[in-house]
Design a protein around this ligand. Structure first.
Ligand SMILES: [Zn+2]
Length: 239
């Protein structure tokens, strides 16, 4: 293997690195349709949770008021039976009458307070039912979109795996120090560690290379010549 072969091989390593970058970038590109369906389901879940929390608090209020209402109704019944037992005592009769009337007013208050709460309860139950139906009907669509996305990601990973293996094989044949330096340059130079030059210009930074640099780089020897401006390895590609 000659030295210019080294640089060409390194250039192929970079081709694979760039493809791997592209593949991992694509992994994050979820289809708009799936994003929308996920967002819709999340919205439904949130709305359902809100409806259920509100419903719980409304039902707590209802139970409290119903308990108070039942207590007052019991008291009315007790007072009425006491009133009946003392049917001959006019003074007691009017006392019972007053108590029963007050209790009756309290009962009406409770009933008045309960009426809108029952309406609210029914509306919230209906809303929760609707949301559950909506959630159920979205599930198959979302499921098939998720499956398709999973398959897409698996394919990208398989493609990546295949390229990683090729890269490993190629890199193993190269000088470890050269690969290491290439990786460092690539890291600091937007993913490009080795560039060609054309018409005397570095294709990495577009600067015009000094003639002696062009000549040395064209030989393709190691240690590899770097662009004096951007610091990337230079390779003369046969066109
Ligand atoms: Zn350059």
């Amino acid at each position: 293997m000659n030295e210019s072969g080294e640089l060409e091989r390194l250039y192929q390593v970079q081709q694979l690195d760039l493809e791997l970058d592209r593949l991992s970038h694509q992994e994050g590109e979820i289809a708009g349709e799936l994003k929308e369906a996920r967002a819709q389901q999340e919205r439904i879940n949130n709305d359902l949770e809100d409806a259920e929390i509100t419903l719980e608090s409304v039902e707590r209020q209802i139970r409290r008021l119903e308990l108070d209402l039942a207590t007052s109704q019991d008291q009315i019944a007790r007072n009425k039976s006491e009133q009946d037992k003392n049917a001959t005592n006019a003074k007691l009769q009017s006392q019972y009458e007053n108590v029963i009337q007050q209790l009756g007013e309290r009962v009406s208050d409770y009933e008045e307070a309960l009426a809108p709460l029952y309406e609210r309860q029914a509306a919230l139950q209906e809303r929760a039912r609707e949301l559950r139906t909506e959630h159920r009907s979205l599930r198959p669509t979302l499921g098939s979109l998720e499956d398709a996305d999973e398959a897409r990601v698996q394919q990208l990973r398989a493609d990546g795996q295949e390229r990683r293996e090729r890269r490993r094989e190629l890199a193993a044949k190269l000088e470890a120090r050269l690969v290491k330096e290439y990786e460092l340059i690539r890291k600091s130079k937007k993913g490009i560690g080795i560039v060609s030059f054309e018409g005397g210009r570095c294709k990495g930074c577009n600067v015009i290379l000094p003639t002696n640099v062009q000549q040395r780089a064209a030989l393709g020897r190691l240690p590899a010549v770097k662009c004096p401006s951007c610091g990337r390895f230079l390779i003369k590609l046969s066109e």
